[in-house]
Design a binder for this molecule. Structure first.
Ligand SMILES: [Ca+2]
Ligand SMILES: [Ca+2]
Length: 375
């Protein structure tokens, strides 16, 4: 009996020493990084459709990402742009309804969601973009945020996993001009609090490229907030190219705030973001420096961004973590790979080893495989 008890204690001690098999990730929490299905599994289904989100869930994504815009009757629907021309069959269904509007200082002619009622938008069908498989075109309607939340909750119950949502307020200043200041943000808070409660423990991140609306949201909700950081391009020396309209948050343009997106990931900028947000979401070249040194590395005799020399962390991940900010980055794609990487799984593993807390990918199965490779 005594020997058996000692053996039992010994195995318990060994089990505790080994933990549950989870190695320490260099994330802020030490947990595995999250995989965010970017516009769903948009590499394989038309983006922002329930079919795209469902496939992301089936592939093991922890979060699905609904980008939000408003209809004429003020309903939150999921589209990456306030324009419908690129991702739906609106041109054939409503040829005469094209209009011109200023979007973040750029005159844009298209079919705008804000000119169509939800009932009209429900007659549209989604189409695939980026030269991807179009065999699912014409099948799926444009979902509302309510429908996305319903799917996430049903699938959480069905799978026993928590399927989070990662809604983005698209073009807050543009929508404020059409609907009034903060109407969009108020609607979002109301919907999310009804669905999840007012708590930072909700499986929800709210993201925006603008600042003022996140500062406003911080006064209205405890749900986690993410400051997105954009740029125009990456220069040969690895520094960021900041050309309008991708150089700074559009509300900074309107308010004549001189800070660029590049300033916001410097230590003082991260200190500022920490005053209202929980996470920062920079485009990936902000985090890993890559240099075009003219050397062909991928063996295909053609010099592309994949051939860049990878020079390691820029320090943004470490500086954000030092301030308690999570870092989520975008976008990883199997069919348009990365700065310095030919293989998208290896690319994500590289960022994960540096301590990234989450990845946005159009191909969630690859993100899940990268996490599993590091377990
Ligand atoms: Ca987005
Ligand atoms: Ca090459």
């Amino acid at each position: 009996m005594k020997l058996q008890a000692s053996l039992a204690l010994l195995s318990l001690a060994l089990l505790q020493a080994c933990g549950d098999g989870e190695p320490a990730f260099k994330t802020l929490s030490g947990d595995a990084p999250i995989v965010i299905g970017h516009r769903g599994a948009s590499g394989e289904r038309p983006e922002h459709t329930l079919a795209s989100y469902q496939l992301a869930i089936d592939q093991g994504a922890n979060f699905i990402e609904p980008d939000l815009v408003l209809t004429k009757d003020g309903v939150m629907i999921v589209r990456h742009e306030p324009m419908l021309g690129g991702t739906t069959d609106v041109a054939t269904k409503f040829p005469a309804r094209k209009s011109k509007k200023m979007v973040d200082g750029v005159e844009t002619e298209d079919w705008f969601a804000s000119d169509f009622t939800l009932a009209e938008i429900k007659t549209l069908r989604a189409i695939q973009t980026r030269g991807r498989d179009k065999s699912f075109d014409g099948q799926f309607e444009i979902p509302t945020l309510d429908e996305v939340i319903k799917l996430a909750k049903e699938q959480s119950a069905k799978t026993g996993r928590t399927i989070g949502i990662y809604p983005e307020v698209k073009h807050s200043t543009f929508h404020a001009g059409l609907f009034g200041a903060n109407l969009f943000e108020d609607k979002l808070v109301s919907t999310l609090h009804t669905a999840y409660g007012n708590t930072g423990k909700a499986p929800v991140f709210i993201q925006s490229f603008e600042v003022s609306n996140l500062q406003y949201l911080n006064t209205k909700t405890d749900i986690k907030l993410v400051q997105l950081i954009d740029a125009d391009d990456v220069k040969d020396d690895g520094s960021m190219s900041l050309v309008a309209p991708y150089h700074k948050p559009y509300d900074f343009v309107v308010k004549n705030d001189s800070r660029t997106f590049g300033d916001l990931v410097k230590p003082a900028g991260l200190d500022f973001i920490k005053t209202y947000a929980d996470a920062v979401g920079p485009w990936k070249p902000y985090l890993v420096k890559t240099v075009n040194d003219g050397v062909e590395r991928t063996g295909d005799s053609s010099l592309t961004i994949n051939d860049r020399r990878v020079d390691g962390s820029t320090g943004v991940i470490e500086n954000a973590h030092a301030r308690g900010l999570l870092v989520h980055t975008w976008t990883f794609r199997n069919d348009a790979s990365g700065y310095g990487f030919k293989d998208p799984k290896a690319e994500m593993e590289y960022y994960m080893k540096l301590g990234i807390d989450g990845v946005f990918t159009d191909f969630p199965a690859t993100g899940v495989a990268a996490v599993n490779a590091l377990r």
